[in-house]
Design a protein around this ligand. Sequence first.
Ligand SMILES: O=C(O)CCC(=O)C(=O)O
Length: 261
Amino acid sequence: MDIKTALYSLGVRDDTLSAGEKRSLDEDGYLPIPGILTPAQVQALRNRLQELEDEEGEDAGKEVHQEDGTDRLANLANKDPLFDQVWANPKVLAAMAHVLDGDLKLSSLNARAALPGHGLQALHCDGSHNSADFAPELKDGRRRYNVCNSIWLLSDFTPENGATRLVPGSHLFGVDPGEGMEDPRAPHPDEILVQGKAGTVFVFNAFTWHGGTVNRSDSPRRALHCYYCRRDLKSQTDQRALFRPETAARISEAQRVVLGV
Ligand SMILES: O=C(O)CCC(=O)C(=O)O
């Protein structure tokens, strides 16, 4: 099955996104989608993540990245069927397909909780303008992007609790924050905070400058990162190597195509 057929089979249509939503992705480099998850779904995901954190202990997140002051988990597509609603969500897949011209597969599905007092990251792109594989190519006056990310709010994101910051329109700057700013850890004059209720998803072009902020509340700020890339690129987690028999037994052919396995 090809990716076009797979996306159709998973419910993605040309009009799944409105013209305004497509414009937000093109011009602002991000799109908030409120209410993707119900409070019950959010709670179930939080409970499962807590169980996985307890089971994995010091190894949690190792498949991709560990970060001081955060609890991270990786390879979630293979760790519970509960996560299928995330990586195979038609609305989010439609947004990914818009940015990546319909040429996509899952690159990684990770969790990140910024712990109280922690979470500040330098503004960054996921991928780099200096990378031969990932840099957007300029073609007929239009940038062809290779990677697109989404952040799934599993806590309400507020100005206090380490909400992600991003710089609207920065996917068009053509440079990484390390080149465009003296200190990418410092506030950017045009940055906004990604705020919303748990259950909201922000899809953002991976070249939109973004990063975590400090969690000044007394509880962890929880989120999932569901990241896609073009099909011919190396994914952040090696989906083939990490693909488990129980995942193979469970998922549809269309879902296999989205995983790229
Ligand atoms: O969780 C966040 O607020 C953003 C995290 C992020 O951009 C990253 O870990 O690369």
